[in-house]
Design a protein around this ligand. Sequence first.
Ligand code: SAM
Length: 313
Amino acid sequence: MIDIIEQKILNLSEELFDTLLKDRTTQKNICWATECYISHGKSYYPQEPILKDLITGFNTNIIHPRAAKISEDKARRTKDKAEVFTPSWICNEQNNLVDEAWFGRKDVFNISINNTWITNKSLIKFPDNKTWKNYIDSKRLEISCGEAPYLVSRYDTVTGKEIPLEERIGLLDRKLRIVNENTHNEEDWFFWTKRAYESIYGYEYQGDSLLLARENLFYTFIENMEYKFSHKPNEKQLKIIAKIISWNIWQMDGITMTVPFSERSREKKQLSIFENIIENDYLDKEPIPCKIYDWRANKSIEFRNIIKGGKDI
Ligand SMILES: C[S@@+](CC[C@H](N)C(=O)[O-])C[C@H]1O[C@@H](n2cnc3c(N)ncnc32)[C@H](O)[C@@H]1O
């Protein structure tokens, strides 16, 4: 089942669901930032926040992955926001190039062949000057991530076909494979899994795709725990991972590096209280620059400052 039902996450915990809807820069919820849902009413307009009541209960099953959207919606999204998702085999080839540069050799995780791949099943070996822990900590970013197919590959975003955990090719999937291969108890596993999540970033404009990306990373965690230890994570572990995801997979207009619709009209400000109260129509139109979190330095930073400084994240 590629389509995660939002109600299922809400049933796990309300706090968890709130976290997955949070915009860490504004401290409000992420917004729709797409016109695809306006037929459902004013609360679904692009500038409005995605609230849990709008996508659960009677409204459950409103948000679907692109592969399950109707073709009219797909065409509109392609026209409005250049939304065309990359097939998994292409994500895999590009991710293989990233790893080729890191490891200094080809075909580390799999061999790409005929628009698919054959997974290398033996333990991954590391170069003499690097350790598996260095690999977990090395940072990766998917720009304009959509449903984040370069980070996690629970399903092929084009065909919707599910991909079994051992065959996955995302940048985070690869890190989690390394954690699964190199840790032997739950405490170590969770420590390094958490660090893997802390080193993976992605941003997206449209709120529904962003939520799907977050859900995909969240379920990837649950699936890996079940794969490694044959049980589900506890609520504390789920909350820790959800918090990291809500920081690292964020809503941003990549052109302005600001929060979409954060420049919308706020309350009117009263500047003068003389005879006639003059209400000023001044509207705060400054868009808010997005903040992300540097987990190793333990502080938030404005994304645009990293770009200006030319430093890697
Ligand atoms: C071609 S799709 C790629 C999605 C995904 N990375 C993939 O490869 O399947 C482009 C994505 O960019 C997003 N996008 C368009 N304009 C954007 C902007 N100004 N800032 C951030 N994302 C944007 C769209 O919503 C869409 O999800």
